[in-house]
Design a protein around this ligand. Structure first.
Ligand code: PLP
Length: 427
């Protein structure tokens, strides 16, 4: 092949630099994780060469006999993992999964009710800058100022007032569990569909460490690359299929089942050819997630987050809602006279990666913010345990309390780079 004479050293050098960055620092971005070598291998295969529009057994291209088996395995493993009866593994990302559901069940201009972005929700749940806020009419619920938690009575109040067609639960920066049963009762009262976006805690939900949304929510979407520890991607699931309540019919006049509508929402609705190399990697990740080892992993993720939250509180940091049920926490830095921007920019100098984040009722812009979000999914994959969480909080506090002292930060960075050798990643 001609590639041999066209070695792209520029890109591969940069990939190596990124590998080194990932290995030598402390990764606390709550939405990130480290996939296994097998998951990565599956992605870098000849499957990327294949077009396979359609579904296993029903494709618009020839030569799909083998990718059909791969995609079917991904579907079957996902069903087993989540106790689902219908799954679509084709969404290229979490945002695509949500877009496919919206397209399938809503008409332009319909009302939707989601968790406010500035309180921890996701862009795709109705933000004005996102398709979800531009094509539909969004309404929001948030957290209580005093408790930092969602008040279900208030969600009900808003739902009764606005009568949305779709209620969305799930978040990017909410550390507490969700009352799906209550939300379903609210949805039923106003005739809305209920969708849970479990992008963040999916792995913990799969292993029974958090409430199970699949019994109560009509549709569940997720990303596959956060706590689930698969390749970057999305997925849509249902445990109970049902007849589409909004009356869309096929050209032949049949009333569609929701599963068929959702499949059509993905393709031809918002996507063309599925990424079969990524779907193969999803199948590998689901196989891993079905193991006892993965059950121990997510249990450790949750334990680590609890220990970390407690250690932050003991050092005087203010955690929204006071703690965590899942893998992440949102820290209000105002009591430390810091902004999220300063925290992010200072911690990175010590090779600690976090992201600045708006906190509920924030008085600063999204580019500055008053908070930071941290999560334990990635560091737990590296083998870190409770004691290591205490050490990380020590390091973070040392850097933040000396954020103008570059020599102090430099010495913390050196210690961290050395320490991370104890938690090998891809060697
Ligand atoms: N939904 C939630 C709750 C998320 O947190 C995210 C990503 O951060 C997404 C959807 C979107 O996923 P992706 O970045 O894969 O489009």
């Amino acid at each position: 092949l001609t590639q041999v004479s066209l070695q792209d050293t520029q890109i591969f050098d940069l990939i190596n630099q990124e590998k080194h960055r990932q290995e030598s620092g402390i990764e606390l971005i709550a939405s990130e994780n480290f996939v296994s070598k097998q998951v990565m291998q599956a992605m870098g295969t000849v499957l990327t060469n294949k077009y396979a529009e359609g579904l296993p057994g029903k494709r618009y291209y020839g030569g799909c006999e083998i990718v059909d088996q791969i995609e079917q395995l991904a579907i079957d493993r996902a069903k087993e993992l989540f106790g689902a009866t219908w799954v679509n593994v084709q969404p290229h990302s979490g945002a695509q999964a949500n877009a496919a559901v919206f397209l399938a069940v809503l008409n332009a201009g319909d009302k939707i009710l989601g968790f406010d972005l500035s309180h921890g929700g996701h862009l795709t749940h109705g933000s004005a800058v996102n398709f979800s806020g531009k094509l539909y009419q969004p309404f929001f619920y948030g957290v209580e100022k005093e408790t930092g938690t969602i008040n279900w009575d208030k969600v009900e109040e808003t739902a009764l007032r606005e009568r949305p067609k779709l209620i969305i639960c799930g978040a990017s920066a909410y550390s507490r569990d969700w009352d799906y049963q209550r939300l379903r009762a609210i949805a039923d009262q106003v005739g809305a569909l209920l969708m849970a976006d479990i992008a963040h805690p999916a792995g913990l939900i799969a292993k029974g460490l958090l409430n199970d949304p699949l019994d109560h929510c009509h549709v569940v979407t997720t990303t596959t690359h956060k706590t689930l520890r698969g390749p970057r991607g999305g997925m849509i699931m249902m445990r109970h299929d049902f007849e589409n309540p909004f009356g869309q019919r096929t050209p032949k006049g049949e009333l569609k089942m929701m599963s068929a509508l959702l499949d059509m929402g993905v393709f031809p609705g918002i996507q063309g050819g599925p990424l079969e190399h990524v779907i193969a990697a999803k199948a590998v990740a689901y196989h891993e997630a079905l193991s006892d080892e993965y059950a121990q992993y997510v249990a450790q993720v949750q334990k680590n987050a609890k220990v970390m939250a407690k250690a932050f509180v003991e050092k005087g940091y203010q955690i929204i809602s006071g703690g965590t049920d899942n893998h992440l926490m949102l820290i209000d830095l105002r009591s430390k006279n810091l902004t999220g921007k300063i925290a992010e920019n200072t911690l990175i100098k010590a090779d600690i990666t976090i992201n600045k984040n708006m906190v509920p009722f924030d008085d600063k812009s999204p580019f500055v913010t008053s908070g930071m979000r941290v999560g334990t999914a990635a560091i737990t994959t590296r083998g870190m345990k409770e004691n290591d969480m205490l050490q990380i909080v020590e390091y973070i506090d040392a850097v933040l309390m000396n954020h103008e002292n570059d020599s102090k930060i430099g010495s913390v960075k050196k210690e961290i780079n050395k320490w991370m050798n104890d938690f090998p990643l891809y060697r």
